[in-house]
Design a protein around this ligand. Sequence first.
Ligand code: NAI
Ligand code: MG
Length: 357
Amino acid sequence: MKTHRIAAIPGDGIGVEVIAAGIEVLEALARRDGSFGFAFDHFDWGSDYYKRTGLMMPADGREQIKDHDAIFFGAVGAPDVPDHVTLWGLRLAICQPFDQYANVRPTRVLPGITSPLRHVSGPELDWVIVRENSEGEYAGVGGRVHKGFPEEVATDVSMMTRHGVARIIRYAFRLAQSRPRKLLTVVTKSNAQRHAMVMWDEIAAEVATEFPDVAWDKMLVDAMTMRMVIKPSSLDTIVATNLHADILSDLAAALAGSLGIAPTANLNPERAFPSMFEPIHGSAFDIAGKGIANPIGTFWTATMMLDHLGEAAASARLMRAIERVTADPAFHTPDLGGKATTRAVTDAVIAAIAGDN
Ligand code: NAI
Ligand code: MG
């Protein structure tokens, strides 16, 4: 029997609650399938670890997880630790050195969920956003001088490399090609930002010649927000920079009903390093500890992890179970306007897995 070695890093707040639920669901799938299993290693890294040790993860943290088949990640962030410390100390400290340059974010309106868009009932909104995840606006280049004095200067410099841009655009074309509509939208801001963003447009046109069967178009990011709301069915696969796609994917999650549903994968497509799978949402300390976090985003994330691990049948089974459960409003958590608990939704998904043929 195949055993997948997974590094579980729940992190902070509701990250702990949803990852525990996700592990239960994955174990149920392995039992139902019978041909594979999981070995989970648990890492208590995050803000509590930081308060004890001054670090978000141990100095050899990446060494400890570099040979796992995948990383199952919750969220980081605590009210009493600055967000740039938690983010750079753990999540980005894994994504960047492990070269997880493709951040993939599917968005659909699941059965039973109401989109805030009046004319969307389901099939009109079916997107995958591909976010550049290794450089650009979040490259970490910049600094502050004369700190605290009136003459203080601060810079965040966006770094775009031809190599980095070409690989993410090529990844997006390949993904678009694998989907039925074979349609890609390349998002930039190449009117106002006339150097790196113009290079994006040029590289997109070059890479497009390798994919004659994919239809593609270009959008400026501001106009893109309008198109997502007004003509959602005109979009399928979308590629954008680190910052732009970060913002667009929160909008996408809201249009699909709730941030609590949205999944993401941080992929190193060459598999030189483990990839990392996480719900899009953060640690949500406003609801942490109440048992009402929506675990669906984590379950959907788990389907992406299963696909990456080569367990396509189990991934499809989990997606069917998720859709059966979201279709019933009795299993909607408060973020979806319901009263269900994390426990109830998890149990319902496990029951749907057991009952799936
Ligand atoms: P958030 O995603 O934690 O929460 C935003 C809103 O959505 C809150 O009202 C929350 O209750 C709700 N929400 C989020 N996930 C939910 C779920 N699964 N079920 C039900 N409701 C859910 O974003 P926020 O409040 O901006 O940030 C809180 C902390 O999380 C901050 O420290 C931030 O830096 C961190 N964060 C971490 C991320 C990560 O680890 N990848 C991503 C986003 C934020
Ligand atoms: Mg975000």
